[in-house]
Design a protein around this ligand. Sequence first.
Ligand code: ZN
Length: 274
Amino acid sequence: MPSRFDTTAYRYSNEIVILAITILLVLLVIGLTATATVCLSVVFIIGMLILAYFFSKSHHRELMAQAQQVTSESLPGLIPVLRESAARLQVERVEVYVINQRSLNAYTFGLESPKVIVLHAPLLQAMDRDELQFIIGHEMGHVKLGHTRLNSLVGGMAGIPSSFGAAMLLEIAFRWWNRACEYSADRAGLLAVGKPGKAISALVKLEAGVKGSHSQAGLEQALARIEAEDDDIGNVVGELLATHPLIVRRIEQIRKYAASLEYRNLQGRMNSNL
Ligand SMILES: [Zn+2]
């Protein structure tokens, strides 16, 4: 019977040590590259924030130079709309500007207070008082919920340099959040005006555009386009990369929220803020 012996005794004496060193090196490289990526991302986000800050400053200066600030002298009719919306939504003081543009649009910006709401001038002709209150309430909702500031931060994160697939994923996630913010702001607008029909007619007019919003035919065409939105698969896929949900969905959500007990309770409490 052959004597038992160690069948791996010929292993080169340093093989295990070298394997251990190799594994350590691999871990070190992974650790270093991960740290470098994190550091670079932090630097990138800080850079984006600084850029956003200066962009917002210069945009504000530009507005002061060429837009009309809403005051009790310049646009007295808008003041009660602003006051009422701010009281209902309990929103901080905001500056509102009207700017000469050819489209129906409104937006908010600013990293510090007071935040700024910008209304494109044609809105004042196209919308009635209640519809304007919905639009102003919508923008005030963005301010109150912190979207105005967060947008600069999270938007910056979506721009972190990364491989194509990862960049796409970040972009989609960011837009997904953007659309959720729009639903929240629509609820704020609805609470500011308290009339679901006016929230919906404001959205239909936004879709109709400057020209369409002034004629019955234009409004009917807009309504038909909105109703067809869901049927077009291109629209449904395109929505994934859009900052705003399809109007048909925003209207659905407004209807749903307006019918909820939550809305009625909150509306009652907000009315008592007046
Ligand atoms: Zn919005």
